[in-house]
Every structure is written in structure tokens, then in C-alpha cells.
Design a protein around this ligand. Structure first.
Ligand code: PSV
Ligand code: MN
Length: 404
């Protein structure tokens, strides 16, 4: 991207009335959290594929995350998953993150990989299993204290496979009781984000099936409980942007798990299958930030990536996802809100749709190149990674890194 191309882009946008400086500032302030599990080996239900150079322990996962941060500049935090990232000394773990210029982000409990959880964890019909799951959640709260995390991220894999298998309402009460205890144990300034998922691993029902159910628990628990939207967890055709907007308006949008899907919870790289959906979601987020009625909630939304890179290389995949989020967000920032508002109020459907689409179709590469250069980065993070030494250096780790 030449200097002239960038200057021309700025001129065209300024002529259209865009405040390029504030758009740049917003982009520079983005924070996108990457998941420790996105650096490890993963696969499908059928096979975990092993790649050479994958981290062998949680410390090395942080090192990979630091590499993503080095080239993107917007990924200073890393989500961890317990027990996958269980370590002896969390002080040393936190220090390792700090030394790499990172912080620990959300702590994710694991309520799905224990033999005891076949019939559920917090909603299991057996009291001793529920108790065990609750103890694990409380252990994660303890870890939050040790690593200075302020988000407990809950994905509940609980559900049933067959009609009649268990009592929906009983399970609902078990969950409420457990979440109440966890909520009370949360650190002072921390939040619990409740993730919903329509199906899988359970197929008849899941105990937290949709945003309405997650919202209901969050509402009853209190201000420190909010909803987490994972882009792969809805029925085909669901209008996720509308869900985002509703949650924002209610002050209950806590965070995202960005990824992309074609069919179900595919955990593909963000923005690869449906970039327009990602843009429309970004539009709601930007609109939420710019409206004083919703800005407090919007400003605290945690942008996290949740992916499993099965066939692609982990670090470049993560970089691509970050870039795709930035692209969608940059386009959303271009929408002339006042003009859009006027078109909406006049009922000018054609104009309103055009305004939105035009922003989506605008090439924001010059803008992002400029932002990155001003942040002291290379304009193309992927190229910076590929040309750097890290990709080769990690090969020495060999095959057989940590996976699920
Ligand atoms: C499984 O669906 C899942 O992808 C959930 O989205 C969680 O957030 C993630 O795994 C980590 O447990
Ligand atoms: Mn998720």
C-alpha cells in the first residue's frame, strides 16, 4: 500500500464527511482476546490432527499468543481453559504472560470432559456430580484471583439426548442454584459471562439453549452476569445482529466468541464464510458504542475468539481472524449514522440498505494499513508473521503438542 493510495483514501472519505482520525483511534483501541486452546492441537469428532510446532504446555501457548500480539498489536489478552491450562504456579504463569506483554483474560471452566459428566455437570441428576462441577467452577474463581482475570466464561455442555431422560425444570433449578453460588464467589470487579448453545454435545435439549435462557439467568443473578454470544451456536438463519442489539439495549451483552460456521458450530476462522454477517454484527456494536444509552455496556463487551484450527496452521489462522474482525469493524465505523437515521425515519428503504451496503463494499485496507503503521506495526500482520523467525523456530517443539 503506497503513501499516495492511503492519502487518496483519506481524502475520499473526508470529502464524504468521515472523521478519519476518530475512526483510527477506535481501531487502535480494539482489544481482541485469543484463546489458549486455539493454539493447541484440535480436530473433529473423528480425529485430533497433530501438527508440528504446537505448544507443549500452557506457557508455550502464551508465547504463541504473544506472537499474534506482536504482529497485530490488538491482542494483549489470552483466555485460558481449566484444566487444559492448569499449572502448578499461577503466579509464575501470570508473570510469564506479563513478561511477554500479555495479560490473562477469561477463565473457562471445563464441564464436559469428565466421565462423571455424561449426564451433565451442574444439571446432573446426581447431587455428588453437581457438587463436583460446582467445586470446579469455584476452583476457576480461585484461579481468576491468582491470575487477575475478571471474566469467568461459562459454556455449559449439559443437556439430554432423549425425551423423558430428565426433568427440564429440575435441571433449571439446579443450574440456578449453582450459578448463584458461583456468582456470590466472584471477585469484586469480575463478571460471569453465560454462553448458550442450541445443540451439541446433547441433541434433544441443552440446558442453556439460546440467548433468552442465558439472559434469564443473567438477569436473575445480577449486574455481574451477562450473556456471551458465540457465533456458531445458533440455528441456521438466526439474525445474530438482532440478538446483539437486543442484549446491548438491555445492558446484558458481555462478550463474544468470534468464529465462523457454515452449518453448525464449525469453529472456522472468523469472517471466512459470512463476512457480511460479521459486518452487520459490528454495525450493532458500533451503534451501541455511539449511543449514550448503550455505550457503557458496549464499551465493556469482551471480544474473544473461539476457534479450533483443525487443518490450518494455528498462529496464521488466529492472525487472519483478528484481521477479519478489524476489517468488519472498520467498515462498520464508516457508516454515516446521521444519514442512515434520516433514511430510516423517512422510510427510505432503498437508501438505508444502500448506505449500509456501501460501507461494507468500501476497501478498508488503506485505513488498516495506516492504523497499523501508526501503531508501529507492519501493514500486513500475516506477512510480518510469515517473514519473521517464529514460524520456523517453533518447529523444534516437534509433534505431539498439547491438545484437548
Ligand atoms: C464448544 O462449543 C465450545 O466451542 C464452546 O463454544 C466453548 O466456548 C468452547 O468450546 C471452549 O470450551
Ligand atoms: Mn464458545
Amino acid at each position: 500500500m503506497t503513501h499516495d493510495q492511503i492519502s487518496l483514501w483519506v481524502k475520499v472519505q473526508e470529502d464524504k464527511g468521515l472523521d478519519v482520525e476518530s475512526v483510527k483511534t477506535r481501531l487502535k483501541n480494539m482489544v481482541i482476546e485469543t484463546p489458549s486452546w486455539g493454539y493447541g492441537d484440535s480436530g473433529t469428532r473423528f480425529k485430533v490432527f497433530k501438527q508440528q510446532g504446537v505448544p507443549r504446555n500452557p506457557f508455550e501457548k502464551l508465547e504463541d499468543a504473544a506472537e499474534v500480539q506482536r504482529v497485530t498489536g490488538v491482542c494483549p489478552t489470552v483466555a485460558v481453559h481449566i484444566p487444559w491450562d492448569k499449572v502448578e504456579d499461577y503466579g509464575a504463569f501470570k508473570k510469564h504472560a506479563q513478561d511477554l506483554g500479555l495479560r490473562i483474560g477469561a477463565v473457562n471452566p471445563n464441564l464436559f470432559q469428565d466421565d462423571d459428566y455424561a449426564l451433565g455437570s451442574l444439571c446432573n441428576p446426581r447431587a455428588e456430580v453437581r457438587q463436583r462441577a460446582l467445586a470446579h467452577m469455584l476452583e476457576c474463581v480461585e484461579i481468576m484471583n491468582k491470575v487477575d482475570s475478571n471474566i469467568l466464561s461459562l459454556w455449559l455442555a449439559d443437556g439430554t439426548n432423549y425425551p423423558g431422560q430428565d426433568d427440564f425444570r429440575k435441571r433449571k433449578h439446579y443450574l440456578m442454584d449453582a450459578l448463584t453460588e458461583v456468582y456470590q464467589a466472584l471477585p469484586e470487579d469480575a463478571r460471569i459471562l453465560i454462553e448458550y448453545k442450541m445443540f451439541e454435545p446433547a441433541f434433544y435439549h441443552t440446558d442453556l439453549a439460546d440467548w433468552g435462557m442465558a439472559f434469564n439467568y443473567a438477569l436473575k443473578l445480577g449486574d455481574k452476569a451477562q450473556v456471551l454470544v458465540d457465533l456458531g451456536h445458533h440455528a441456521q438463519g438466526t439474525n445474530v445482529a438482532h440478538i446483539v442489539s437486543t442484549l446491548l439495549d438491555e445492558g446484558k451483552l458481555g462478550g463474544f466468541h468470534f468464529n465462523n460456521r457454515k452449518y453448525a458450530d464449525d469453529d472456522l476462522m472468523v469472517g471466512t464464510i459470512d463476512p457480511y454477517e460479521l459486518f452487520l454484527i459490528s454495525l450493532e456494536l458500533v451503534s451501541g458504542e455511539q449511543d449514550p444509552a448503550t455505550s457503557e455496556c458496549a464499551d465493556n463487551v469482551s471480544y474473544m475468539i473461539d476457534q479450533s484450527h483443525n487443518i490450518e496452521k494455528k498462529i496464521p489462522a488466529m492472525i487472519r481472524s483478528v484481521m477479519n474482525i478489524q476489517t468488519a469493524f472498520a467498515k462498520a465505523l464508516l457508516v454515516p449514522r446521521e444519514e442512515l437515521k434520516q433514511a430510516q425515519e423517512k422510510g427510505d428503504v432503498i437508501r438505508a440498505e444502500f448506505i449500509v451496503k456501501e460501507a461494507f463494499e468500501t476497501d478498508v485496507r488503506p485505513l488498516l494499513a495506516m492504523v497499523r503503521q501508526e501503531m508501529g506495526l507492519q501493514p500486513d500482520p500475516l506477512k510480518a508473521y510469515v517473514e519473521g523467525p517464529y514460524d520456523k523456530k517453533i518447529l523444534a517443539r516437534g509433534i505431539g503438542g498439547q491438545g484437548w
